[in-house]
Design a protein. Structure first.
Lengths: 236, 229
């Protein structure tokens, strides 16, 4: 069992020791379904495997959720909301469009590195889970796309990029994350930062902006590598 | 998808119609059609049914039972053709991916044939012709569009590899267009990001089931894919 799964169980045990409420049971199952799906895959995850991660009994599970699908969709909605808020906050508190987008991608990569099983559920297994989780996924993509579009329009509203740019860029970032998670090597995602900045800036502002964003992201990565050399965050 | 149709008691290959039309089921019993043609026809129906079942149920709930229901064949027939559900989905994926790439390649080649060296030098023009042809194909085969654009379960290694192959092949075509006269691309690997983003956009547009939303995407998708030129 992974460290992430053990942490989820410890959290539920702690809640139980405190006389955890029904709300705690629900929260535990919502984390459990994501960790289980991230580790086993959505198709292989059963209510039993969710309970192995979250604790509790089948009866308690079915008091809160009709099915595995419904539990996954609710858990997805709650976690993606938190993640979206965190990414938007990172971008909003960093001056400049390019630096703001880069900071949001850095925060996304931190999440992927720290919670790989949950990230795998949010970025890979959601595609397998189907409705109703997919509708919530679409809504999250639209929300992030609108935020990047809006920040770009603040710079130069006269030369608007194609309407689909936001969804295209969010989709590209998401597919990059999904690729790293599917390969089972989330730590390697950091190497994609310059490439993703090239892709994002290029989609909105063209070739020159793309090359500048690539250079600055490469420099940042190199500084981080030197600062953290020997640690797990940026591998050589 | 190319279909087998019965003309005067003989099965002949016919190009795909403009919109999704399910392949007809052969009537049971004696019909004088060679066994290998019947098998080929069953296989085509199963491949179409796999894409349709996936569009209906998603990877999470997809079953071989639903594929056989939609294909109108027995479970026994299904397993005569495929070892399991994933072998069938993989065959459908590879067949549709191959048709998509052929549509794109032949549209680019046709442009060069019609307009000669001018078209060869016109990288944007060739790319736009290929992108338009790809979108036309996907809009006429919405189930195929969903099959090719949706992320498959990574646990099904062969299917995940088929998706990587498609991204690689489409990326290779894009790399050919993005490359300057000296053959250098703007950034090695960028085409993979661009194709991943394009597939995500196609998936989002195909999800609503409206083929016009896919067809209308050409100018925007071309601009986005060629932004680095």
């Amino acid at each position: 069992m992974s460290a992430e799964a053990s942490a989820a169980i410890n959290k539920v045990d702690a809640l139980a020791a405190k006389g955890g409420s029904e709300r705690d049971v629900r929260e535990g199952a919502m984390e459990g379904v994501l960790v289980a799906c991230g580790e086993l895959g959505f198709r292989e995850t059963s209510v039993r495997s969710i309970l192995e991660h979250s604790g509790g009994h089948r009866a308690q599970f079915y008091q809160h959720f009709e099915s595995k699908e419904e539990c996954f969709a609710q858990a997805y909605a709650a976690w993606i909301e938190r993640l979206c808020l965190s990414l938007l906050e990172a971008a909003a508190t960093t001056p400049g469009w390019e630096a703001g987008v880069r900071e949001a991608i850095v925060r996304l990569f931190q999440f992927v590195s720290e919670r790989p099983a949950i990230a795998r559920a949010l970025f890979v297994e959601v595609q397998i889970a189907g409705e109703p989780a997919l509708s919530r996924h679409e809504a999250a993509v639209e929300r992030l796309a609108a935020a990047i579009d809006s920040a770009r329009n603040d710079i130069d509203p006269s030369e608007a990029p194609p309407e689909a740019t936001g969804v295209f860029v969010v989709g590209g970032i998401e597919s990059c994350v999904a690729e790293a998670l599917s390969a089972g090597d989330p730590g390697r995602i950091w190497h994609a930062l310059p490439e993703l900045m090239h892709f994002t800036a290029g989609s909105y502002f063209g070739k020159e902006a793309a090359e500048g964003a690539f250079e600055r992201a490469s420099e940042l990565l190199e500084r981080e590598r030197i600062r953290l050399s020997g640690t797990e965050r940026v591998e050589k | 998808m190319t279909e087998l149709r019965l003309v005067g008691g003989t099965a002949v290959a016919e190009p795909a119609p403009a919109e999704d039309v399910p392949t007809l089921r052969l009537s049971p019993g004696r019909h004088g059609i060679p066994a290998d043609l019947v098998r080929a026809h069953q296989r085509l129906r199963l491949l179409e049914a796999a894409a349709a079942a996936l569009a209906e149920q998603g990877y999470g709930r997809l079953t071989a039972t639903r594929v056989t229901e939609l294909a109108g064949v027995s479970s026994r027939t299904f397993y005569q053709h495929f070892e399991d559900l994933w072998a069938c989905v993989l065959a459908a994926y590879e067949s549709e991916a191959s048709q998509l790439c052929e549509e794109i390649e032949s549209a680019c080649a046709m442009l060069v044939e019609e307009r000669g060296p001018v078209a060869q030098a016109d990288r944007r023009g060739r790319a736009r012709a290929g992108i338009a042809a790809g979108l036309r194909f996907l809009a006429s085969q919405l189930d195929a569009a969903r099959l090719l654009s949706a992320e498959p379960p990574p646990q099904i290694a062969a299917l995940a590899a088929a998706r990587r192959d498609l991204i690689e092949r489409l990326g290779g075509m894009l790399r050919g267009v993005l490359a300057g006269p000296d053959g250098a691309t703007p950034l090695p690997g960028l085409e993979r990001r661009l194709i991943g983003a394009a597939l995500a956009l196609v998936s989002s547009r195909a999800a609503g089931g409206d083929p016009h939303r896919l067809r209308k995407l050409e100018p925007e998708l071309s601009e986005l894919l060629l932004a680095s030129l």
